[in-house]
Design a protein around this ligand. Sequence first.
Ligand code: SF4
Ligand code: SF4
Length: 366
Amino acid sequence: MPDKKESPCVRCGSCKAHCPFPGFNPVEPFSPRAWMVLIDEYKDNKIEISKRVVELIYSCLLCDACKDRCPSGVDIRQNILWMRKELKDHLYGRALTAMRVLEIFYMSGRMGDIFMRYTGPLKKLFIELLLDKKIKIPKARIKEGIYEGEGKKKKRIFFFTGCLVRYIMHHFGEDLTRLLMRSGFDVIVSHDERCCGAPYESMGLHVEKERLIQFNKDMFSKYNPSEIITLCPTCAMFLRKEGIDILTLNEFIALNQERLIFSKNRDSEFVIHEPCHLRYSLGIDVTLYGDLLKDKGYNVRYMEGGCCGFAGPFAFINKEQGHDMSEKLRNIYIKSGIKNVVTSCPMCILSIKDDDIDVRHIVEVL
Ligand code: SF4
Ligand code: SF4
């Protein structure tokens, strides 16, 4: 990380136009330019860490909408992540709670996994308290195993479930396993899998993050799959950044369009919601798979939406802003007469879905 003398930020403010946060709190301190000023001043020993610094630095969604937008080449997200490492021992309130929950899960290892997998109502209560939202948890659980696909010449696909699919939205995993098997792929699901590490990085917990990455790398080596696939763009963005060759379902669809056997139920029209990490961090254009689905007879529409406001620990730490952002997005869709939204991020689904609007994962309609 360069010191201030090398910091290229010239305070032009171009980043503000792309950042979702100033749209909800349009005052200068809640803008990426102000966060860069804080970080540079901290490196120059001009300011000390305070509650206000924590509040402001934890207002960034880490969404990457500012990626490659700075004329001076500043990577704002990386600067924020660096600063959060510095703030780790100064957290308070909801940010401190979020960090402690992650630490407990990390330390409890297998116990945390057993709790999340087997404690039905208790787990539901725990997650609802954490998310501050009523949620439906399907009964079925992702089962570990190597599932044999149909046909003879098969690739072995490792399905990296990610925590949300693993513990809350198991049915997406079952849909993906079925899709892959009927399309002639073997599928590996392993309970050795650990959190990708993205939430730990976002809270400045770098030791834990590094260990989780190594753990997952060792696991992938053990199974030696032809490809690794996930239903979560945040897991994909994070693991790819760490050198792991992992595909989102969206990319897998585009690469394997001739081989995949899609469902025959293609009646209802849906709008595609683009998750930030898919669009900005991974640079995957919605038309990459949207047009392909249109060609296959799916009734797909595109529409500019925006950030869902979940963003990992963000919605927990910045409860009001997270709620306002998801409400705003829902209203955009509802006012446009849209009842069905399809996306490829479990976090977006948790954030946007409610009684007025159905939001499904793309794997549910394939
Ligand atoms: S980070 Fe880049 S875009 Fe933002 S104020 Fe600084 S120089 Fe301008
Ligand atoms: S990562 Fe997202 S929230 Fe953070 S400064 Fe960039 S655009 Fe704004």
